[in-house]
Design a protein around this ligand. Structure first.
Ligand code: TRP
Length: 342
């Protein structure tokens, strides 16, 4: 819809705001790259972007202190290496902005127990770790709603599994806006159209896992070239020899998806390119594409990790920039509820 008058011009001056976050659990994989992280660096031209390392979310599942610490620094540096320029985006650690935990508490009181109980991820994770069904795990989507709502977010790029949480966030926002007055922008979840799901190379019916124990099925973004090549060479295929995507060829389909995403082409174009290729050659070429895409990222990452002081300074300035925006929303929320402010 395009009406041209002075009013719409002023309204569109503000770029739409994007917020997304990723948990520092495990070691980021090629699946994380293709499904989400790949797109983050390029968004700042069109959108006003905030990206967070969701460290507060990471403790809902048991994690060792040194692992949380290392994963957090690694993810922060990796995001910069992937093209999220801290000069053009606000990149920060969630726990450095206390407004997230504060708004989470406030929003808890506008979230129904039944609504949170219906979250698929809560049910899945409860089933997987029945001895650690903690209240944080239950509250996870409310903290996520706080993340999003603090920044008056318009668009939330997420994986498909997170859409239900964005829906809950909208429910909470609408309830609050109705109870008081318009306070939160209504965010919209957006799943990248293409390559959203990458499967394990050793078991192409399963998701590419983030844990270190996933063996040769998982390619990590920071893997060395020889490891990447070995994993692709060992990738599971199937009994015929056609490089074609099909539902009964999950291994080849997965490899084609990976190749198409890395090469920025369509699956059909990739199929055409490997029409006369055998599986061994195809797997080698997909491996090479991964090596070449990931090499500059790993190199930039390694350079960033050599200067821990600089990394801390970047975290600090990201947190300050995020806090300034978050504080405006949080203050409004406190006032509207009726808290005495000094
Ligand atoms: N829960 C998200 C995931 O697992 C990560 C996340 C935390 C997030 N807070 C967010 C994503 C806010 C989008 C917006 O992928």
């Amino acid at each position: 819809m395009e009406t041209i008058n002075a009013q719409t011009t002023t309204n569109t001056e503000r770029k739409k705001r994007v917020f997304s976050a990723i948990k520092p659990t495990g070691n980021p994989t090629l699946g994380n790259y293709i499904g989400a992280m790949k797109y983050w660096g390029g968004m700042s031209d069109e959108y006003d972007c905030l990206f967070a390392v969701a460290d507060l979310h990471a403790i809902t599942v048991a994690i060792e202190p040194k692992e949380l610490r290392e994963n957090s620094k690694r993810l922060f540096a990796l995001l910069i290496a992937l093209g999220v320029d801290p000069q053009k985006n606000i990149l920060f650690m969630q726990s450095h902005v206390p407004a997230h935990a504060e708004l989470c508490w406030l929003l808890n009181n506008y979230t129904m127990f039944g609504e949170a109980s219906r979250m698929t991820q809560f049910k899945d994770k409860s089933r997987k770790a029945p001895d650690n069904v903690n209240v944080g795990l239950f509250d996870y989507p409310v903290l996520m709603a706080a993340d999003i709502l603090l920044y008056q977010t318009d668009i939330v790029p997420v994986g498909e599994d997170q859409l239900q949480h964005v829906e809950l966030c909208r429910t909470i926002a609408a309830r609050f806006n109705n109870r008081y007055s318009p306070t939160f922008a209504m965010p919209e979840g957006k799943v990248p159209k293409f390559g959203a799901r990458v499967h394990s190379l050793s078991d192409p019916t399963a998701k590419m896992g983030k844990s270190e124990g996933s063996g040769d099925g998982t390619v990590f973004i920071l893997d060395k070239p020889e490891d990447i090549m070995r994993k692709f060479k060992r990738a599971v295929t199937d009994s015929d020899s056609k490089v074609k995507a099909a539902s009964d060829k999950p291994g080849i389909t997965n490899l084609l998806t990976i190749y198409a995403s890395l090469d920025d082409c369509t699956i059909e174009e990739a199929e055409k390119e490997f029409e006369n290729s055998d599986y061994a050659n195809f797997k080698r070429r997909v491996g090479e594409a991964a090596v070449e895409t990931l090499r500059p990222i790993r190199e930039k990452y390694e350079a960033l990790r050599k200067d821990e002081g600089e990394l801390m300074r970047l975290m600090q300035s990201g947190a300050e920039a995020a806090s300034r925006i978050a504080k405006r929303t949080l203050d409004k929320v406190y006032k509207k509820i009726g808290f005495v402010r000094v």
